[in-house]
Design a protein around this ligand. Structure first.
Ligand SMILES: C[S@@+](CC[C@H](N)C(=O)[O-])C[C@H]1O[C@@H](n2cnc3c(N)ncnc32)[C@H](O)[C@@H]1O
Length: 258
């Protein structure tokens, strides 16, 4: 299912987990005043806007995202050194080779269908010595979210509707080999252990819906989604504590140099 205005708008209110993950990545990436930065999968653009503050008036930041709904929200933040366009990680052909100092990919790589191509494109548009920064869920760590999704989607009648383009969380070994094959000369990967907290099951599912552009339900048709959501809610309810739900997550945080 395509993204909607409602999901895109909702994400801007609940993306503090992704925002903080982006700040962690930025601490390692060394973005400086005057740099040219490409934010791939920029969503509604709030982190992209923060990047534009970091590079200042002598730098430039471009954000791209396939969701027109998210780019429409981001465009409200555009300034002379900050622009946004609809686009995908796998096709950066509107950007010249060796034109950016930094490519920033936060909480996005698992949604990219052709990850090897996306990393080759990132390497192509980076100047020699330029850096890609990637932060996202680790395939070496199974979160409660993925366990619940897999469990509910394997039940009848949902299993009749397989997900068309499921997220792919890379294991560290897989990520290392993709980076090495994409043309980067140096890489550094650390694990960022975080906790996603939500006040209750509904708040957790809302966060998952808006973060995934509605893909929490895989290929399930629209009319069956409320029933699937109710079944997911039952599973999340089992994890509620006195102060809400706390889901442990592990993110792989990569800085690779061309
Ligand atoms: C969880 S959001 C992250 C947004 C933003 N980077 C942040 O940290 O808040 C994931 C984003 O990836 C985008 N996305 C999905 N497939 C993509 C692709 N092939 N290329 C680039 N972005 C993609 C989605 O539209 C969505 O905005």
């Amino acid at each position: 299912m395509a993204d909607t205005q409602e999901l895109a708008k909702g994400y801007t209110f609940v993306n503090n987990t992704q925002y903080d993950a982006g700040l962690f990545l930025l601490q390692r990436l060394g973005v400086q005043a005057g740099m040219l930065v490409l934010d791939v999968g920029c969503g509604p653009g709030n982190l992209t806007s923060y990047l534009a503050d970091l590079v200042g008036n002598n730098g430039k930041v471009v954000g791209i995202d396939p969701s027109k709904e998210r780019i429409d929200i981001a465009l409200k933040l555009a300034t002379p050194n900050l622009s946004f366009h609809v686009g995908v990680a796998e096709d950066l052909s509107s950007f010249e080779s060796e034109s950016f100092d930094i490519v920033f990919i936060n909480s996005t790589l698992h949604w990219v269908q052709d990850q090897p191509l996306a990393l080759r494109e990132a390497a192509r548009v980076l100047k020699p010595g330029g850096r890609v920064g990637i932060s996202g869920g680790s395939g070496d760590y199974l979160t409660a979210q993925e366990r619940i999704k897999e469990d509910v989607l394997s039940r009848q009648p949902y299993r009749k509707y397989p997900e068309e383009s499921p997220p792919k969380f890379l294991k560290q070994r897989e990520l290392e080999s993709l980076i090495d094959n994409a043309g980067f000369s140096k890489r550094d990967i650390v694990i960022n252990k975080i906790v996603k907290s939500a006040k209750d099951a509904d708040a957790m599912i809302d966060w998952l819906d808006t973060s995934s552009s509605g893909k929490t339900y895989g290929g399930i048709p629209l009319d069956l989604r409320p029933k699937a959501r109710a079944e997911m809610k039952k599973e999340w309810d089992k994890l509620v504590t006195d102060d809400g739900i706390h889901m442990d997550m592990e993110l792989l945080v990569t800085v690779a140099t061309k």
